[in-house]
Design a protein around this ligand. Structure first.
Ligand SMILES: C[S@@+](CC[C@H](N)C(=O)[O-])C[C@H]1O[C@@H](n2cnc3c(N)ncnc32)[C@H](O)[C@@H]1O
Length: 261
């Protein structure tokens, strides 16, 4: 068992036992060398792809996550296209959704590997990402999936409701008030019983995104769980992928079963 997984479990989680994605263990070790204050996060698969010193010169501290990712979109795409990290967690989660469930994917990037897994599960997808470069790649790969090029903070989420939503590698890119608001807005868009899967560390703190140099912020497990409760979610489970990234798997209260229409 990796050191990172031990750290996750030692937090005394109330979200249940973390399930490691053991097929990809070892990825985290390769990724750990340049990681700053948060030990594991969803950029682990890209560590070393861009040198930290170069990032410090290129990004101003005030650049938002959307601008930061567009600046580094080509490098991110090349690296993420070759990283399966998170695929198994997403596949397991997808398998629990109703056949052809309506799913909103926030921060879809270029669509590999996450969208590919969701699509293979037969889900109906609507996707959003702020990077024009990544959205162009996404459109070329998934021409049948509606995709909006927008910041999630500004998006109308296509003006419809969903049975599930997913946000991998996004929440902690946003300032705290915008993370709080996003959790609440996702809840508003889900049917009772709807599921939400997102990645964010258990630990509280800030670090520099290894993809872009952007300053990230984790609110930590206790705060995320409190916000989820307030927004009407029940926390079902905790997942950990092969890069030791942590996932919150939650369900909107109000029904035991999914709405199917
Ligand atoms: C770490 S990547 C994760 C991408 C994808 N979910 C994956 O797992 O490969 C973060 C993504 O968030 C997008 N992003 C950053 N800030 C955003 C914002 N405010 N609104 C929408 N997307 C954003 C970036 O363009 C990038 O595609």
């Amino acid at each position: 068992m990796s050191a990172a997984l031990n750290r996750c479990e030692s937090h005394g989680s109330s979200v249940g036992r973390a399930v490691p994605d053991e097929d990809w263990s070892g990825y985290a070790d390769a990724a750990g060398a340049t990681r700053p204050t948060i030990p594991r996060h969803p950029q682990g698969y890209l560590a070393g792809g861009i040198a930290a010193s170069r990032l410090q010169r290129e990004n101003s501290p005030t650049m938002d996550s959307a601008a930061a990712y567009e600046t580094h979109a080509d490098a991110f795409l090349r690296a993420r296209d070759n990283s399966p990290v998170g695929s198994r967690v997403v596949a397991r989660w997808s398998a629990l959704l109703p056949v052809r469930a309506r799913v909103l994917e926030l921060a879809c990037g270029g669509g590999f590997p996450v969208t590919r897994v969701l699509a293979a599960a037969g889900l109906r997808l609507w996707a959003i990402d702020s990077s024009p470069t990544l959205v162009a790649a996404f459109r070329a790969r998934f021409p049948e999936i509606p995709v909006q090029c927008a910041r999630v903070q500004d998006s109308d989420f296509f003006g419809r409701d969903y049975q599930a939503a997913i946000a991998i590698g996004l929440l902690f890119l946003l300032p705290e008030p915008e993370q709080v608001q996003l959790i609440s807005r996702v809840a508003d868009r889900l049917a009772p019983g709807g599921r939400f899967l997102f990645s964010a560390p258990v630990e509280t703190g800030t670090w520099r995104d290894l993809n872009t140099g952007h300053t990230c912020q984790s609110l930590g497990q206790h705060r995320y769980e409190a916000l989820l409760q307030e927004a009407g979610f029940s926390v079902l489970a905790s997942q950990v992928d092969g890069g030791a990234n942590h996932y919150y798997d939650v369900r909107k209260r109000g029904a035991n079963d999914f709405a199917t229409t």
